[in-house]
Design a binder for this molecule. Structure first.
Ligand SMILES: [Zn+2]
Length: 330
């Protein structure tokens, strides 16, 4: 599929999504899982790390067979990101994979990790290297290693529950600046759906444009009025508690989507599964697994909203959001 277009093909000026196998036409993405994980190892999720290529490939095959065309892999710097394995999983399955640069909230890093003390400048330089040259295979823990050929196509950010720490603030400043310099899309982890406006304000102050910003996990706080106010600022929301029955039933997310669409923001919503732990993956004998979005949730969404509004959420809105407007990192 289009994911196989070679990276060196051209310097396109039309919008392009940057996948681990090269830039692609956003119209070729198909259904986009807008936030997920293929390999991860977080200090905050002990015992839940996964890095097995064969198991990941099996999970992606199930996702592909359910109808997913593209996966946005939101594992940021320092959390077990695996650029070479991402390329291998994409090449083995034909599913396009967009990788992330950027940084998570404090809780996901060991106390002695370099991200805590790094200057805003260094934090930004490493994002720009990921976007323009290729991802570092060990996230600079072993600086002599050569960069992978795969570039990051998005930037992750993160803040704590009802709080942005000083270290998180530096990282958000670096992320906002890197987006301003490259037009890269930014997806920010909002812990239990909090701090939305503070995060947007911080990124915009660093130069990022609202249209390049999306907020993840907002459905942990399924407040449709709040969400409509956020969308009115031109920011996109990414919901990902689908199948997370321990939080709420899927009908809560369906109700929320219906209300945000009714408020006129149907073009500012994306969906992901965010399967960032072994226990969520069928390949590790867990669930709901990558196929859940299309087998269990999408049919209910289609029944509520109809085809046009459903396809906007699954296909066209993530294609617009994740595309670099002028073709790639400037
Ligand atoms: Zn995630």
């Amino acid at each position: 599929m289009a994911a196989m277009e070679p990276q060196a093909a051209a310097r396109p000026t039309a919008p392009r999504v940057v996948t681990v196998t090269g830039p692609v036409d956003p119209a070729a993405l198909g259904v986009v899982d807008a936030h997920d994980h293929l390999f991860i190892d977080s200090a905050a999720m002990k015992g839940q790390a996964f890095d097995d290529l064969a198991r990941t490939t099996a999970e992606v095959v199930e996702g592909r067979d359910s109808g997913i065309g593209t996966i946005v892999e939101m594992t940021p710097i320092g959390l077990g990101r695996q650029p070479a394995k991402m390329r291998a999983a994409s090449e083995a399955t034909g599913v396009a994979v967009v990788a992330a640069s950027g940084y998570h909230r404090d809780a996901h890093y060991p106390a002695d990790h370099w991200v805590h003390a790094a200057t805003t400048e260094l934090l930004a330089d490493r994002i720009l290297a990921d976007l323009r040259r290729g991802m570092h295979p060990a996230d600079w823990l072993d600086p002599v290693l050569p960069l992978d050929i795969a570039k990051a196509g998005a930037i992750k950010g993160g803040a704590s529950y009802h709080r942005i720490s000083a270290s998180e603030a530096r990282r958000l400043d670096a992320i906002g600046g890197a987006s301003a310099a490259t037009d890269a899309p930014v997806l920010v982890h909002c812990e239990i759906g909090t701090m939305a406006f503070e995060i947007i304000d911080r990124l915009e102050a660093a130069g990022a444009h609202a249209d390049r910003i999306a907020l993840a996990h907002m459905d942990r706080n399924p407040d449709a009025e709040l969400h409509a106010d956020i969308c009115a600022r031109g920011v996109t929301l990414e919901y990902d508690t689908i199948g997370r029955t321990k939080y709420h039933p899927d009908s809560t997310v369906l109700d929320l989507i219906e209300r945000v669409v009714a408020a006129g923001h149907g073009d500012r919503l994306m969906l992901g599964l965010d399967l960032g732990a072994r226990e969520y993956l069928r390949a590790y004998d867990g669930g709901p697994g990558l196929r859940y979005l299309m087998t269990a949730f999408a049919p209910r969404l289609r029944r509520r909203l109809g085809d046009e509004a459903t396809d906007a959420i699954l296909i066209s809105s993530p294609a617009r959001f994740y595309a670099f407007p002028t073709g790639g990192a400037r």
